[in-house]
Design a protein around this ligand. Structure first.
Ligand SMILES: [Zn+2]
Length: 282
């Protein structure tokens, strides 16, 4: 699933390549991908996107003050710019055709088709845009937010920082990277953190996401790339490889239906986390 860094770079590419181009037609190819009925899809025809913003994992194309197209790519969604004359494949769920003969297509390979499209008057009409937590790279994100979020929270750190109602944009891959950079165990309870540990986590959130945005931007070369590369990741999908810090092997546990990668030496006082412990809730 694309996370904040990939989506932020997609936003930049869309801003550069889509803004100002007149929309000839918008069309949903997969039943169910369009989650709204009013305003109708036809309302986009003749409009052009004036700016592209991102809220958490949502990409928002603003056509008018009261007309927005909100995209959520979910697990496997990708955006592709291609000539309108090119065949629309089975994987294509949604298409914006520009008057100049190019399409912006939302494509989902595989069986899990979960991407969502909303046409709304106000982006806040989309539930998770309205309910989303703090933007971690926003200038108003501060240690004080984490202190407030963690106070009295007997929930494990990985669950906390991937909870979109608290902090937006961080998924399982960057959560592992952030917790490694902060030298904190993914199963630590949030309310047990010392002030210096909260500060480390705050710094890690900014540095890991910031560096990932730069890396993704460099690698994308101005194209709409949604794939995340494991190169440049310290622990994510590196089970058994030597930790870049201590040289010990990276370990993996199942955690809340996802895989979690960590360094036992750096993050867990040398101890391997037992899977069953990770399954305990609260
Ligand atoms: Zn290590």
């Amino acid at each position: 699933m694309p996370e904040l860094p990939e989506l932020e770079v997609m936003r930049e590419v869309l801003e550069a390549r889509v803004v100002g181009r007149t929309i000839r037609e918008a069309r949903a190819y997969r039943p169910g991908i369009l989650k709204t009925v009013e305003p109708p899809l036809d309302a986009l025809a003749g409009e052009c996107s004036r700016r592209v913003t991102r809220r958490g994992k949502h990409l928002i194309l603003a056509c008018r003050d009261d007309l927005h197209l909100v995209l959520h790519l979910m697990v496997a969604g990708r955006l592709v710019l291609t000539g309108s004359a090119n065949k629309v494949t089975k994987a294509t769920g949604f298409v914006i055709s520009f008057a100049d003969g190019e399409d912006l297509r939302l494509v989902e390979n595989g069986t899990a088709k979960l991407a969502k499209v909303h046409v709304v008057r106000d982006p806040e009409d989309v539930e998770w845009v309205a309910r989303g937590g703090i933007e971690p790279l926003g200038c108003d994100f501060a240690v004080a937010h984490l202190v407030r979020l963690f106070a009295g929270e007997r929930r494990q750190l990985k669950k906390m920082i991937t909870d979109q109602a608290l902090i937006v944009g961080i998924g399982t891959a960057y959560a592992d990277e952030i917790l490694f950079a902060a030298r904190l165990s993914p199963i630590r309870y949030a309310n047990t953190l010392e002030p210096d540990e909260v500060e480390r986590l705050d710094a890690a959130i900014r540095s890991v996401l910031g560096a990932a945005v730069e890396r993704t931007r460099r690698e994308s070369g101005g194209a709409l790339v949604g794939e995340r590369r494991v190169e440049g990741m310290a622990v994510y999908k590196r089970t058994g490889e030597a930790c870049i810090e201590c040289g010990q092997p990276i370990a993996e546990i199942r955690f809340a239906e996802t895989r979690t990668f960590y360094c036992p030496q750096c993050q867990s006082k040398g101890k391997t986390i037992a899977d069953r412990r990770a399954w305990l809730r609260r």
